[in-house]
Design a protein around this ligand. Structure first.
Ligand code: SF4
Length: 179
């Protein structure tokens, strides 16, 4: 990561992002954590994750930006995909929707690239997240940095910090699809 860059890092929650936030902060990278997660249901859960993520950013002195919580947009975008399994087409659309919004916000607000922690969990398909990021990048002209934050001990670092900081750790990804 180049120090001249201005990075927008899309985050889904505090435990997935804490290790990356710590690393980027230590390296002196100019970055903002973006919270755009209309997939999280119900709203009370959204608020809990948002507040925990904002709290982590505050601890590190890193800017945190929340975009509008618009679950209706997410529901519209994933309509007809309710019965898809996790890692299926509903997740393709969910990642793309959030990353397209991130790239658009980056373009309008002077950021030079976008990355995300959406693929850091061992439950996620990292390549699926990257494909969505690359599509959003192509459509907006804002490069997507597909660093695999899970590697080189990144996942373990996030897990360790989440425990040390006693962060709230949810038991499901975000949506509540039909069974
Ligand atoms: S499982 Fe997670 S990534 Fe997949 S659609 Fe639901 S909230 Fe989005």
């Amino acid at each position: 990561m180049n120090k001249k860059e201005k990075l927008l890092l899309l985050s889904c929650c505090a435990p997935c992002s804490v290790g990356v936030i710590s690393d980027l902060h230590e390296k002196g990278i100019d970055f903002t954590v973006l919270f755009y997660n209309p997939n999280i249901q119900p709203e009370s859960e959204y608020i809990r994750r948002r507040d925990e993520n904002a709290h982590v950013c505050q601890k590190f002195g890193v800017p945190f930006k929340e975009l509008e919580y618009d679950p209706e947009t997410w529901k519209c975008a994933t309509k007809g995909l309710e019965n898809e399994p996790e890692k299926g087409q509903r997740c393709d659309m969910c990642f793309y929707l959030r990353l397209k919004k991130a790239c658009t916000y980056a373009k309008e607000n002077g950021y030079t690239k976008v990355s995300s922690v959406l693929g850091i969990s061992r439950w996620k398909d990292f390549d699926q997240v990257c494909r969505a990021g690359e599509k959003a990048a192509k459509e907006t002209g804002i490069p997507y940095d597909s660093t695999n934050w899970r590697k080189n001990g990144g996942l373990e670092k996030s897990e360790r910090l989440a425990k040390e900081m006693n962060l709230y750790r949810q038991s499901y990804c975000g949506c509540k699809p039909k069974k």
